[in-house]
Design a protein. Structure first.
Length: 358
């Protein structure tokens, strides 16, 4: 399947949402393949998985398989010494959440508790010491994307996620949630295809705060597909458009990671050559540079639609930012000059991205 060099570039035009089915099928295929090899081949794990499957509808089971926490455990941790026992704990924990009486759930916009075990979705947490079950109610009402402020995917040290976690307060959440909701609504208003792809590929947005860094940042990681991380969205200078730009940016990285698994043709991230980004001036390894080309291509198309939808200084700024690298003569020369090998089909795709991005 030519997911990376065909479907993904077409998807990032944001002209139709038919690509939702393609990327959903890719993700489910990868997850089901791992489950067959690592879970169903192990009798105790198979029995636990069967019990979980019996409790869920087919659609609910598929949604569970797409969750970033499940991806993190089954795919990213494969090969770990305690891999099987980790899966066992995960399945047992998820089954236990299905047994809780919903009448005893404490629904809250702020959960300031320690030693909480979270379900796969990250919206329910159980504290054994108090025998309390908490529910995070910060869910975007239309897309059903969870704003994860509290689970272990949001708090503490996170691999591949920049900066620290200096904690949360009700005030930080109150300053962040409306802006993120408005950013999701803005994406929908600008491009329904982009929004549809977003709500089907992204399960949760983890929000972190680092008071030692007085600026905004965003991130994602291939070890938790389906997750976007926003850092310090509470700052007054962070606009709805800034958050929308970050969400579309990180959504593209999530799609790229799936496409790369299906069509592996990129150089290793540990390549010694580096390339100067014509967008930011940062020095990037070849793998990261190629990802950046796709990401800026998607952002260029999104902000072109956004400026047509509602011209504004912010939309113009982000459109110009995304366009900058494609107009640079060094866009492809940088790859050639770095003298690292790249498959011709991928080089041709990047060349096409440049011509379409201008």
């Amino acid at each position: 399947m030519n997911i990376l060099t065909s479907e993904l570039p077409s998807c990032l035009k944001f002209e139709n949402d038919s690509f939702v089915e393609i990327f959903t099928r890719c993700k489910l295929t990868l997850m089901i393949d791992i489950i067959e090899k690592e879970v169903l081949s192990n009798k105790p794990l198979s029995e636990l998985f069967d019990k979980l499957s019996e409790r869920l509808s087919t659609n609910d089971l598929y949604q569970l398989l797409k969750l970033p926490r499940f991806w993190n455990t089954l795919i990213a941790r494969r090969g770990d010494e305690k891999y099987q026992s980790t899966i066992e704990r995960l399945l047992i924990t998820e089954l236990s959440f299905l047994e809780f009486n919903p009448d005893y759930i404490i629904q809250s916009d702020f959960i300031d508790e320690t030693s909480v075990t979270w379900n796969l979705r990250g919206n329910l947490g159980y504290q054994a010491s108090s025998d309390k079950l908490f529910k995070n109610q910060n869910v975007h009402p239309d897309s059903n994307i969870l704003l994860d402020y509290f689970s272990d995917l949001a708090r503490g040290v996170q691999k591949d996620i920049p900066w620290d976690d200096t904690g949360i307060t009700p005030e930080l959440i109150q300053c962040s949630t409306p802006k993120i909701y408005n950013a999701l609504d803005y994406i929908k208003a600008v491009s329904d295809p982009c929004y549809t792809i977003l709500k089907e590929s992204i399960c949760s947005i983890a929000i972190r705060f680092d008071k030692t860094k007085n600026r905004f940042n965003c991130a994602s990681t291939n070890i938790s597909n389906g997750l976007i991380v926003l850092i310090n969205p509470n700052l007054s200078e962070v606009s709805v458009e800034t958050i929308a730009d970050a969400i579309v940016h990180e959504m593209t990285h999530n799609l790229f990671d799936l496409a790369e698994l299906y069509e592996p043709c990129l150089p290793t991230k540990f390549h010694s050559r580096i390339i100067k980004s014509p967008w930011t001036g940062r020095m990037l390894d070849p793998n990261t540079y190629i990802q950046a080309c796709y990401t800026w291509y998607g952002l260029k198309n999104f902000w072109r639609k956004a400026y047509a939808y509602e011209p504004s200084d912010n939309a113009y700024y982000y459109l110009q930012q995304a366009s900058r690298g494609f107009s640079s003569s060094s866009f492809l020369d940088a790859i050639t000059d770095s003298k690292f090998e790249i498959e011709q089909r991928l080089f041709d795709t990047l060349k096409n991205l440049q011509s379409l991005g201008n």
